[in-house]
Design a protein around this ligand. Structure first.
Ligand code: BES
Ligand code: MN
Ligand code: ZN
Length: 504
C-alpha cells in the first residue's frame, strides 16, 4: 500500500492573460483593491469588469481571500480566479508562496482541471524569474500533497487539478522559467518522498523499511547502495550506534548511498541523517503526551533519501555520500540503562545518563564512519533536541558549524531555497557541561542550551573535516492533530547547497 504521488503537468508561458484558452486564469489583487499587472490586462480587455466588481466590495485584496468569476466579457478562459495578495509592500517570499498555495487549493476545491496562474509574474524583491517559478512549483506540490492511503476512504477530488501553467511576463524570460521548473520539480519530488517516509507510521516504517526505500531510490537513479546490518556495524566498532537499537526487536540498519556524479577522486559531500524510526526514549521513557509524533524522529534520514531523489533527477555533477544510521529507541530488557558506558567507533567512551538523548549516540558513529570517504564537507541533519524547538520554534533549522565558510555557504543556500537556518554558537565554553567522572563524556549537558550542548557532543566526533550540523527538530514536521505531517525540510536547502557547488 503506497502513497499515490500526485502527478501534475507543469508548463511555462508568456502572453496576454485575456487570450489564454483554459479552464481558469488566476490573477492577483493587492490590498486595497490594487490590480496586479495581469489583472489590469484582464480588466482592460473586459472593459473594466474587474474594477467594477472590486468597487462593489466583493474583494478587497486581503491575503488568503479569493473570488471566482464566471463569464468575464471578452476573455477566452472559462473563469477568472481573483486571489488576494495582501499589501503590495509586504509581498515578500512568504506572501508569494502563500498566494500560490491559496490559488491551487481553491482550484482543486472548485474542480478546475487546468489553470493558468499569473501570480508567478509578480515580482518578489531580490528574487528572479527562476526563483519565482521554482518556488511556485514547490508551493503547488506542497499545497496539494496528500497522505491518505491509510484512510479507508481517499479524499481525492472528483476532478483533480491536472495541468498548471505558470506565466512569465516576457518571452525572453521563458528560458529562466524553464530552469526554475526543472529544479522545482526535482526538489518537489524529493520533498514528497521525504514527507512519505516521515508520515509512514513506525509500525511500517522500520529501519529495514527505510533501507528498502533507500535501495529503491538507488535503483531508480543508479546510485550505489550498501546496507550494513548489526554484525557489519559491530565489526566496524559502532558500539554507540548499536547500543541504541538493542531495546527494540527491529534490527538496526546503517544505510550508505553513493552518487558518483563528479570526477573520480573529487572529495564527496557527505550527508548524515538521523533515522530513529521511533523514539520512545528508551528506559528514560518519554511522557505519553509527547510520544505519538516520535515516528518523525527519522526525518533527518528521510531528508537524505529525498535529497538523493532530487540529486538523481537533476543528475548533479558531483560526488555525494549519504549515511543513515537507522534504529528504534525502545525500552526492553536489552536496552541501554542510565549509567551504562559504551565505546564509540572513534574509541571515545560515553556515559549514557539519559537514554532519550539517543540521536547523538547514533550520529557520533556515523560521523566517525564518514572519515572513510575522505569528505570535502560533512553535513548532518537530525531531529536532535526539544530544546531547539524552544529556542527557535518552527521556522528556521538551527545551524552549527566548525568552519565559517561552510556555515555561510549553507546560510546562502538556505536563503535561496527559502528553507531557512539560523546560526547558533558552537563554543568550547559549553563543553564542560558534558563532563563525566567515569567516561570520556556524558551524553547530556543539562537543560541550559540543550541544542548547543548536543551540537558540542557531535563536534567531538567531527574534528577531522569541515562539518555542519542542522538541528531540524522544529522544522521537520508540523505537530498537532489535524495538520500533523512532515514538511520534507530541509531537502530544498540540501539540493540548493549541492547545486551551488556544481555551478562554481
Ligand atoms: N528526538 C528527540 C528530540 C525531539 C523532541 C525532537 C521533541 C522533536 C520534538 C531526542 O532524541 C530527544 O529525546 N532529546 C532529548 C534530549 C535530552 C534527554 C537531553 C530532549 O530534547 O528532550
Ligand atoms: Mn530521544
Ligand atoms: Zn530522538
Amino acid at each position: 500500500m503506497e502513497n499515490k504521488e500526485i502527478e501534475l503537468e507543469f508548463s511555462i508561458k508568456s502572453g496576454a492573460p485575456e487570450k489564454q484558452r483554459t479552464a481558469c486564469v488566476v490573477v492577483g489583487v493587492f490590498e486595497s483593491r490594487k490590480l496586479s499587472a495581469p489583472a489590469t490586462d484582464i480588466d482592460r480587455a473586459s472593459d473594466g469588469y474587474l474594477s467594477e466588481i472590486l468597487r462593489g466590495g466583493d474583494m478587497e485584496g486581503r491575503a488568503g481571500s479569493t473570488l471566482l468569476l464566471h463569464k468575464v466579457p471578452n476573455i477566452l478562459a472559462d473563469r477568472i480566479l481573483l486571489v488576494g495578495l495582501g499589501k503590495e509592500r509586504d509581498f515578500h517570499e512568504k506572501a508569494y508562496r502563500d498566494a500560490i498555495a491559496c490559488a491551487v487549493k481553491t482550484l482543486r476545491d472548485t474542480g478546475s482541471m487546468e489553470a493558468a496562474i499569473t501570480l508567478s509574474e509578480i515580482p518578489v524583491k531580490k528574487r528572479d524569474v527562476t526563483w519565482n517559478i521554482e518556488q511556485a512549483v514547490i508551493a503547488t506540490q506542497d499545497a496539494l500533497y496528500r497522505f491518505d492511503h491509510m484512510k479507508s476512504k481517499s479524499s481525492e477530488a472528483r476532478r483533480p487539478l491536472k495541468r498548471v501553467i505558470f506565466a512569465v511576463s516576457r518571452r525572453g524570460e521563458l528560458k529562466y522559467g524553464e530552469i526554475g521548473l526543472t529544479r522545482g520539480l526535482a526538489i518537489a519530488h524529493g520533498i514528497s518522498l521525504a514527507k512519505d517516509l516521515g508520515n509512514t507510521p513506525s509500525n511500517i516504517c522500520t529501519p529495514e523499511y527505510l533501507a528498502n526505500e533507500a535501495q529503491k531510490t538507488a535503483k531508480a537513479h543508479g546510485f550505489g547502495c550498501e546496507i550494513l546490518d548489526y554484525d557489519a556495524c559491530e565489526k566496524l566498532g559502532m558500539g554507540s550506534f548499536l547500543s541504541v537499537g538493542k531495546g527494540s526487536d527491529k534490527p538496526p540498519r546503517f544505510i550508505v548511498l553513493k552518487h558518483e556524479g563528479g570526477a573520480k577522486g573529487d572529495k564527496p559531500v557527505v550527508l548524515v541523517g538521523k533515522a530513529v524510526t521511533f523514539d520512545a526514549g528508551g528506559i528514560s521513557l518519554k511522557p505519553a503526551g509527547e510520544m505519538d509524533e516520535m515516528n518523525y524522529d527519522m526525518s533527518g534520514g528521510g531528508a537524505v533519501i529525498g535529497a538523493f531523489r532530487a540529486i538523481g533527477e537533476l543528475g548533479l555533477k558531483l560526488n555525494v555520500v549519504g549515511l543513515i544510521p537507522a534504529c528504534e529507541n525502545m525500552p526492553d530488557a536489552k536496552a541501554n540503562k542510565p549509567g551504562d558506558i559504551v565505546t564509540s567507533m572513534s574509541g571515545q567512551t560515553i556515559e549514557i545518563l539519559n537514554t532519550d538523548a539517543e540521536g547523538r549516540l547514533i550520529l557520533c558513529d556515523a560521523l566517525t564512519y564518514a572519515e572513510h570517504f575522505d569528505p570535502d564537507v560533512v553535513i548532518d541533519l537530525a531531529t536532535l533536541t526539544g530544546a531547539c524547538v524552544i529556542a527557535l520554534g518552527a521556522h528556521p533549522s538551527a545551524l552549527y558549524s566548525n568552519h565559517d565558510p561552510l556555515a555561510r555557504e549553507i546560510e546562502h543556500a538556505a536563503d535561496h531555497a527559502w528553507d531557512r537556518v539560523w546560526r547558533m554558537p558552537l563554543w568550547d565554553d559549553y563543553q564542560d557541561q558534558l563532563k563525566s567522572s567515569l567516561a570520556d563524556m556524558a551524553n547530556i549537558g543539562g537543560r541550559p542550551g540543550g541544542s548547543i550542548t548536543a551540537a558540542c557532543f557531535l563536534w567531538r566526533f567531527a574534528k577531522k573535516y569541515h562539518w555542519a550540523h542542522l538541528d531540524i527538530a522544529g522544522t521537520a514536521w508540523i505537530g498537532g492533530r489535524e495538520k500533523k505531517g512532515s514538511t520534507g525540510r530541509p531537502v530544498s536547502l540540501l539540493v540548493h547547497f549541492l547545486l551551488n557547488r556544481t555551478i562554481k
